[in-house]
Design a protein around this ligand. Sequence first.
Ligand code: 26V
Length: 745
Amino acid sequence: MNRDKLIEALKAIDVAGKTKEELYAEISAACMEEILSERQKAPARCAYYFSVEYLMGRMFYNNLLALGVLDEAREIFAKKGFDLNAFEDVEDAALGNGGLGRLAACYLDSAANEGYPLYGFGIRYKYGLFRQKFVNGEQVEEADDWLRTWGDPWSVRKESEKIEINFADMTVSAVPYDMPIYGKSVNTLRLFQAEGSPEAEKISEYLYPADDTEEGKLLRIRQEYFFSAAAMRQIVRDYGKKYSGNFGGFPEHCVFQLNDTHAVFAVAEFLRLLTKEYRFTFTYAVEIAKKTFNYTNHTILPEALECWDMRLVERILPEIAQILKRLHLYAKREWEAGGCSPAEIAEMSVMRRGRVSMANVAVFVSGKVNGVAEIHTKILKAQLFSTFYKHYPYKFLNVTNGVTPRRWLMLCNEELARFYDKSLGLKWRSDLNELREIHCTNENNLSEFAAIKAIKKQQLAAYIESKEGVKLLPNAMYVTQVKRLHEYKRQLMTAFAILHLYFDLKDGKLPDFTPMVFIFGAKAASGYKRAKAIIKFINDIADLVNGDEDVNARLQVVFVRNYDVSYAEKIIPGTDVSLQVSTAGFEASGTGNMKFMMNGAVTLGTLDGANIEIVDAAGGWGNYIFGAKVTEIEKIKESYDPSEFVAQNLKIKRVTDTLTDGTFGDEGGELKEVYRCLFEQTYNSPDHYLVLYDLPKYLEALLIANREYQDKELFARKQLMNATHSAYFSSDRAIREYAEKIWDL
Ligand code: 26V
C-alpha cells in the first residue's frame, strides 16, 4: 500500500456540489484502489473460516484506521468543509444476528492484523438483520435493505468466478463478492450471492428465515449447502488443479474452521467431491477430512442444535443424503471396532430417528473441537459431548473468545486511546498487555479516566436524545444491558429489579440512592413471542418510571431502538455498569462483556461464560458477582418452587403481579403468558432460567454498586482496573490461539 499516494488521492477529491453518498463512494473507491493494489502471494498453508453470519458493522472508519489514514483523512476533509462523521449515517453490514456473527468479524480483523492467512466464506444476504421499531412498545420488524442508499463499495463482484450449485429441483449460480480485509496481510471475506432465477435468488435474500415451518427449514438447508458447497468446490478444484488431483497433501495446505454447525454440509460436499469427482474411496476421503476440519461450538441450548430431517435433505440434496448415510455407517463401524457400547454409539451417531445431527457430524470429523470460554468447554466435555470426550479426549480444547481492540477501543473510544498514547506511547496499540503499566491507584490516572468516562457518557446521552428523544439524567450511573433478547439472558430479571427499585423509591425506602439510568438494547427473533412480550414489558416499565415525577429524577429506563453494531459503539464506552446476568451455564461466552471491560465498565453479573475469566483478569475486586453458580443449579432445581418462593417474598410477588394485575395493558395476553411460564407446571420446569430465584441477590448487587458509586475515586479505580486488564480479551490473542493450537499456521 502506498500511503502517500492514497493521501494524495484523498486530497484530490473535490467536495463541491457532491452529495454525501457520492463522496462516500469516491473516498471508499480511493481506499479500495490502494487496498487492491496490494498483491500478496497466496501462502502455502491457509485457514478457511466457514460462517453463515458476519456482523461487520460499518466498514468505512475501520478500513481507514487499518490503512493508517483515518486522522489525516478527517483533517483533509475538514479543511474542505466536509465532516467525515457524516458517514455515521451509513448502514451497518448486519449480515449476522449477534455474538456468533460479530465474533466472525472480529476474527477476520485480528487475523489480517496479525498477518495470518484466514479467508472467510459466507452468504451475501440482500437483507441483513431486520430493523427494529417500536409501536406502542412492541417490536415491529422492517426489512434491512442495507445496499439501497450507500451501496457496497468495499466489495468486488467476481462474475468470472461464479460456481454452479445443484439442488434436485434447481440450479443456482453462486456469485462471489470479495471484501478485502486489510492488515499486516490482506485477506478476503468471500460472500456468495445466489442468482439465476427468482427461486434461486431467494436463497441469499434473507438472513435466518424463520425455521419453524417446512418451507423455512428447506430454505435454511438450501442456504447452508449453497455457501458451503460453493466455497468447498472452489477450494477443492483450485487445489486439484494445482496439485494434479493428488489430495494426499491437502491437509498440509488447507485447514477449515466451522463456525458452529451451520456449514457442516461442507463436510458432506468435501466427501462428495473426493469420491465422485476425484474417484477416491470413501475411507480415504473421510481420513483426509478428519485432518482438515475443525469445529467451534457456540451454544449448548438444545433448541439451537441443528438436526435436519433426512427426508428434507433427501428431497433437495439426494447425493448429499447418501453421503451422510455412508458417513453414519462409517462412524458406526469405527465405534464398534473401538469397543463403544450401543448406547454410546446411539449418543454419538450421525443419524437418529430419521434426523441428522449436524453437531455429531462436526465432532466426528473434526480434528479439534472447541468451546468459547473455559466453563463452556467444561460443559461440552462433561455434558453435551461427554461420550465423544470419553473416546476422543484429545480433540477437545478451549479458545476463549475475544473482540478486536481496533473497533472496540481505538475507534469507539478515541479519548481513552489518546490517554493511553499519552501515558504509554503507541506500543499498547499492538499489545494490550502494555496497559497494565497504567497505575490504577495513581490519582492523576483516575481523574483523567473519570473525565473521559464523563465525556463518553455525555456523548451517549446526546446521541440517545437525538435518536430516541429521551434526555438521560446527566449525573446518574449508566447501567446497561445490550444483547439479543433471550430468556436465558434474563432481561426479564432486570425488568423485575427495576420495578422493585421503583416501588422502593416510591415508598421512600432508598434514601441514599444514587440516580440510575437503565439502558436496554435488544432485538427479539421475529417468531419468538415471549421475547417480544419481554420487550413490551420493559417499554411499559420505562413509561411508568419515566413518567412518574416522584422517582424520575432518580430512576430512568430507556430501551433504544434497533440496537446494532454502530449503536454498540456509542453505548459501550458511555456505560458505567455492564449487566451480564445470564443463568449460569447458558451463555457460552458472551463478547459484549469483553467490549464493556475494554472500555472500563464494571461487570455486574453471574459466574457464567467469559464473565468468570473477566472477573479473574480484573482481580475480582473490580466487579459485582451474584447468583447461582453452574455447580449449584442442578441441586437448586430439585427443590425450587417459584410459587412458594414468591409466597415467602411478598416484595417480589408485588413485582411479578404486575404481569397480570392490570398495571400494564395486555390485550393479547402476552404478559400473562410470561407469568404462566414463571409459575405453572405446564411448562416442563417453571421459571426454568431461575429469574426469581436469583432476583434478591441481583438487587443486592445493584444496591451495593449503587452505594459504591458515590465514592467517585473508588468506582473510577474499579473501572480503570477493568480497562487496563482486558488484554486477554483481545481477539488478537484469540486468533493466535486458533493459529497455533488448531490451524498450525
Ligand atoms: C440460536 C438459537 C436459534 C434457535 C432458537 C434459540 C437459539 C438460541 C441461541 C442461539 C445461539 C446460536 C449460537 C450463538 O450465537 N452463540 C453465541 O456465540 C457467541 C460467540 O461465541 C457467544 O459469545 C455467545 O455466548 C453465544 O450465545
